[in-house]
Ligand binder design. Structure first.
Ligand code: FCB
Length: 440
């Protein structure tokens, strides 16, 4: 498959993405407080290789050369996240000026290099002190989040082109409070649904708090969405797919874009549904300027569980490679909802890369990117308003419960020396983004 820049609209943004806890390290420096991930990593058995983000890619110190790398790739924009406990170590009250200084240097460093800053306010590193008070299960956290969002917006202002409130609230609620795979590692559906509601409320409150501070910046949210297919046309399988779509996608999309929870799932959750106060849904559904979509794979649902099609290929995460799912998802969202422009804010694949001499020949990742960019181009052709695409990730990093055992980077990181090595995929992306020669 060939794909080129001309397959996308003229003002389409290409970028790379990371998040604070996954790359920064320096967890005890310059007044940063503990986050729930610091705590979680200390607990035996939570992270498969027993590691933590204490050092990670040492980006807190290497940020300038990392920005140079991003620039050298020829992208338009860099999506990164701010660590709440750096800015406000207790999640409320005192602001840590050194934390804000770091992100200000980073943003100015991007602007100096002609890179557009795409900032995410919450990529899962909740201040531990807020978790001690219940974390996202506590409604108060939503208001604390809005306050923190306003502080960041006041300092960084409209230098930041785009602010996303939350990254993947499904992960920071269901995966974290019900499935227990992510911090804080609880296993309780009722708590998870309360957390999800308060995350959504926090999103709405944060947008409201930031709007007048940075009127020219785009404000939005990033969701991980996964199209759900039935394993067969049997009614039980079709119902299973509908349920999966409801819990994973509609549970987040409907409140944000329709000011309601999906009735079928609400009924199915019974006594576990969250307490919704008057006005919450209107608050959650206020207008935003973009929807960020993180896409990695699809689900195939049967009445007795998920199915993994034999004929498919899988990444190192065990996730099926299914680019068609991305086109299907974008076209469907565009049909079912009235949406602002959509951005693919994450898309990528882990493979067991090996350093070979001075390179990494990650052919499968290149194929993955080509196919998925092709899928986005298809959606554009079918009339979907797409604003941009961010590859996950700039470089290998701390992959949450998988520690350093999964590599998603375009750039290879040798963790012993902190050396960055261009993989073939990074070179491929750079070549794709070469300025298009205009015929004379
Ligand atoms: C997403 C996360 C991101 C990264 C990728 C692989 O769910 O947002 O931080 O871990 O998965």
């Amino acid at each position: 498959m060939t794909i080129s820049k001309q397959d996308f609209p003229a003002n389409f943004i290409f970028g790379v993405a990371t998040s604070s806890y996954q790359i920064e390290g320096a967890t005890r420096e310059d007044g940063r407080g503990d986050s729930i991930w610091d705590t979680f990593c200390r607990e035996q058995g939570r992270v498969s290789d027993g590691t933590s983000g204490d050092v990670a890619c040492d980006h807190y110190h290497l940020w300038e050369s990392d920005l140079d790398l991003i620039k050298a790739m020829g992208v338009d924009a860099y999506r990164f996240s701010v660590a709440w406990p750096r800015v406000q170590p207790d999640g409320k009250g005192a602001i840590n000026p050194k934390g804000l200084d770091f992100y200000e240097r980073l943003v100015d460093g991007m602007l100096e290099r002609g890179l557009k800053p795409y900032l995410t306010l919450y990529h899962w590193d909740l201040p531990q002190t807020l978790q001690d008070d219940g974390g996202w299960v506590n409604r108060e956290t939503a208001y604390r989040f809005a306050e923190y969002a306003r502080v960041v917006a006041e300092r960084l202002g409209e230098r930041v082109a785009s602010y996303a409130t939350l990254n993947e609230p499904w992960c920071s609620s269901i995966l974290s409070y019900q499935i227990g795979e992510h911090a804080p590692g609880l296993r309780d559906r009722k708590l998870a649904l309360a957390a999800a509601h308060h995350l959504l409320l926090g999103h709405g409150e944060a947008v409201a708090a930031m709007r007048s501070v940075v009127p020219a910046s785009d404000l939005g949210i990033v969701l991980n969405l996964q199209p759900a297919y039935p394993a067969s046309q049997a009614p039980e399988d079709v119902a299973a797919a509908r349920f999966a779509d409801g819990t994973f996608n509609r549970w987040f999309m409907d409140p944000i874009f329709r000011a309601e929870y999906p009735q079928d799932i609400w009924d199915a959750y019974g006594a576990d549904v969250p307490q919704v106060q008057d006005g919450d849904l209107v608050r959650i559904a206020q207008p935003i300027d973009f929807l960020g979509v993180n896409y990695y794979s699809r689900s195939v649902n049967g009445a007795s569980g998920n199915v993994k099609p034999d004929e498919s290929s899988y990444t190192h995460m065990g996730w099926e490679v299914y680019p068609q799912g991305l086109t299907d998802l974008l076209v469907r969202l565009n049909e079912d909802y009235t949406l602002p422009p959509m951005f693919i804010t994450e898309n990528g694949a882990a493979y067991p890369d090996e350093l070979q001499g001075e390179g990494v020949h990650d052919t499968e990742r290149v194929e993955y990117f080509k196919a998925h960019l092709g899928a986005v181009a298809q959606a554009v052709k079918q009339g979907v308003n797409m604003g941009g695409y961010f590859a996950w990730s700039l470089m290998d990093n701390f992959e949450w419960a998988w520690g350093y055992s999964r590599r998603f980077g375009l750039i290879y990181v040798d963790y012993d020396s902190q050396r960055r090595v261009w993989k073939d995929s990074a070179r491929w992306y750079r070549d794709l983004l070469q300025p298009v020669a205009v015929a004379q």
